[in-house]
Ligand binder design. Structure first.
Ligand code: MG
Length: 312
């Protein structure tokens, strides 16, 4: 199969951890309801392709996310998968359900802006943080011992408010870490960020005492900037990047937001730069082609399209 020529560039990390969000962030935003056995096979195949962190599902109420209403059935089907399998939880009840099913890593989700906090959680920014505080505390307590990721939406722009001040994103990030989150995923939910903006936000976070090892980036390709922004983050020293196999998903509450960064597009760039990910791009592409067939539409990932057209 076609692979990029490996030509390293200076000032980049030797290794990147990809936080795969396809089964959760991807499928929750797909119209089609995917049977639980297919989801389990999807996660298994992603792990076999070399992904080490795969966000598996969500314990948000099924009324809000019917696509992931089968979390309870899914968990036992994937308990032998050799990867970190974080799950999204909205509240203490969701946390209890997740922990009872063996979840060892969880994610909570906050917003950098009031408008999105209201739209997504029907709360103020403060109200949402207050809601997650006991969840994070309980997850981190000795008997639970779960790792906690904090998603932060609208870090670079908001569909209602427009530009988002960097200081605002930094202050909510700080509060998520202070309440016990191990890592913050900085979300460009509507895909408007550009590389200078990324660098400026990361530099300001560092100045506020938040080190790169606590940060991940979550870019959307709405305006075609996801890979450029990722490269800027890598040059800045961030080594955890969120991506979605085959480019699955967007965000149901922000209409203009389409296109998670596709994992294959990311791996193509990282392979070309000689940055280790452990991912086999051929196996990953085959998995996304297989999933696209289940969803009844082609993958939006350009790398998946290019490689699968060449191979078939
Ligand atoms: Mg996303």
């Amino acid at each position: 199969m076609t692979l990029p020529m490996t030509v390293p560039a200076p000032g980049l990390p030797a290794r990147v951890r990809i936080h795969e969000v396809g089964p959760r962030d991807g499928l929750q935003n797909e119209k089609a309801l995917v049977p639980v056995a297919i989801k389990a096979e999807f996660i298994r195949r992603l792990a076999e392709a070399g992904l080490t962190t795969i966000e598996a599902t969500s314990f948000v109420h099924p009324q809000w996310v019917p696509q992931l209403a089968d979390a309870e059935q899914l968990m036992p089907l994937i308990d032998d998968v050799a990867a970190r399998l974080p799950v999204l939880v909205p509240n203490e009840r969701g946390l209890d359900r997740a922990l009872a099913l063996g979840a060892r890593e969880i994610a909570v989700f906050a917003s950098a802006t009031e408008s999105f906090a209201k739209a997504n959680l029907n709360r103020t920014v403060d109200g949402a943080l207050e809601m997650f505080e006991p969840v994070v505390a309980k997850a981190k307590a000795k008997d639970a011992g779960a790792a906690v990721r904090g998603y932060l939406s609208m870090c670079f722009g908001d569909p209602w408010e427009g530009q988002v001040p960097i200081s605002q994103t930094v202050s909510v990030s700080r509060r998520l870490l202070d309440m016990g989150c191990d890592e913050i995923s900085l979300g460009d939910t509507i895909g408007v960020a550009t590389p200078g903006h990324v660098r400026e936000l990361l530099a300001t976070l560092n100045e506020a005492g938040i080190t790169n090892d606590r940060l991940a980036v979550h870019f959307h390709d709405t305006y075609g900037q996801a890979l450029a922004n990722t490269l800027a983050a890598l040059q800045h020293g961030v080594t955890t990047v969120d991506a979605s196999a085959g480019g699955l998903g967007g965000c149901p509450y922000a209409k203009s937001a389409t296109g998670n960064l596709a994992t294959e597009d990311l791996v193509w760039m990282l392979d070309g730069l000689g940055i280790e990910t452990g991912v086999d791009i051929g196996r990953l592409t085959a998995t996304s082609v297989w999933m696209a067939r289940h969803l009844g539409r082609p993958s939006p990932s350009r790398t998946v399209r290019a490689l699968s057209q060449k191979e078939t």
